[in-house]
Design a protein around this ligand. Structure first.
Ligand code: ATP
Ligand code: MG
Length: 347
């Protein structure tokens, strides 16, 4: 039978270090015999010889340790903490080893975060759908009552209703796109395609919108077509969204530049990558928003985005597609001067 008292201290400590989890051995006198490195990293101290309560201060965990020290065969608890800016949750397992007690922790933070994200996501979707639905219900009521015989009001309301219904359709389409993308996230595209033609058709398709917004679109590509391994339809979606954003939020600048270059022409790019930049000269984005722009439904100014028909899903889709292509998305912006979004793709 395995008996710890037969082990040398060195071996016993080596055992604890070999456990791939944060683990701490507590003696019958409630003092810490040894905390392994994983444990000390989380609780940021060397606790040998100190009372265990000085390391783990949460009542549920203290209680579980005391139960086992006083004879229970096993006890479990949950430890909720914070590491840096991250909320953490650990399952704590307490087991006796002769008269000592072994405490091991299993990190459950990620599963907790996924659960939280899921409920946030559902709350967001419901909210986004409820806004146009409320508007639709209101207009249906007005059309059935007060505006029943007012042809002019009816036309106007029908126009708004069509717009709101369009917004809901778009939201549902984008959600479906996201979930499809999640399904193929690990499967890299295999086809060799011309990024030059993808950019040409994205730019051409948006030219009427640019003209309406009085923004000039400039596309600069090398003369030889630039080829990448990719999914043409998905990449077209990426650049459509980026150019559309530049037109929607950077229209004040009156100009949007799109450039395509291969790695050699670009200092910060690996030689085997190509880079596409979409640059506008509009209001720019404050630095604290930038890391969050690719989150679903994140918008700097949700009123403005909604008024322009945005759902806040565009950059989340962009990010997914670029990840699938093993590429990188870089957002640089200066308030008052404009925004440059770079997409780096492996050749
Ligand atoms: N070029 C830009 N200049 C200023 N702000 C931008 C720019 N691009 C994006 N943003 C900000 O980032 C937010 C998120 O963009 P994203 O494309 O994800 O959503 P959206 O444009 O609001 O909706 P959708 O793309 O679904 O129509 C936008 O709401 C806007 O506030
Ligand atoms: Mg967008």
């Amino acid at each position: 039978m395995f008996e710890l008292s037969y082990l040398t201290t060195t071996k016993q400590n080596a055992f604890l270090e070999a456990i791939p989890l944060p683990a701490v051995l507590i003696g019958a006198d409630q003092r810490i015999i040894h905390a392994n490195k994983a444990f000390s990293e989380i609780f940021a101290a060397d606790y040998a010889g100190r009372h265990f309560v000085s390391a783990i201060r949460q009542p549920a965990v203290i209680e579980a340790v005391e139960q086992v020290l006083t004879g229970a065969a096993t006890a479990t608890a949950t430890y909720a903490g914070r590491e840096g800016s991250r909320d953490t949750v650990y399952d704590v397992f307490v087991r006796p080893i002769e008269t000592d007690v072994l405490v091991t922790l299993i990190d459950r933070s990620e599963a907790e975060a996924v659960g939280r994200m899921r409920s946030d996501f559902i709350a967001n979707v419901s909210h986004e759908l409820r806004t146009p639905l409320t508007a639709l219900m209101g207009f249906i009521e007005t059309l059935g009552g007060a505006a029943r015989n007012d042809a002019k009001a009816r036309d106007r309301f029908l126009g708004i209703m069509a717009q709101e219904a369009g917004r809901m359709t778009r939201l549902v389409d984008e959600l479906l796109t996201l979930s499809r993308l999640e399904g193929v996230a690990r499967r890299r595209p295999t086809e060799k395609i011309s990024l030059t033609s993808v950019l040409r058709s994205a730019t051409d398709a948006l030219t009427p919108i640019a003209q309406k917004a009085q923004v000039s679109l400039h596309l600069v590509c090398p003369t030889e077509p630039v080829m990448v391994v990719g999914d043409a339809a998905q990449l077209q979606q990426v650049f459509t969204n980026l150019i559309e954003n530049a037109l929607k939020y950077g229209d004040k600048g009156g100009r949007v530049d799109i450039s395509l270059s291969d790695g050699l022409a670009h200092d910060q790019t690996p030689a085997d990558a190509v880079v596409v930049q979409v640059r506008d000269y509009g209001d720019g984005i404050a630095a604290h928003h930038i890391p969050r722009l690719t989150e679903r439904f994140y918008r700097v100014d949700s009123h403005r985005s909604r008024a322009l028909g945005g759902t806040g899903l565009g950059l989340a889709i962009v990010k997914h597609i670029i990840n699938r292509h093993r590429g990188r998305l870089k957002i640089e912006s200066t308030l008052g001067q404009g925004t440059t979004i770079s997409v780096l793709l492996p050749e």
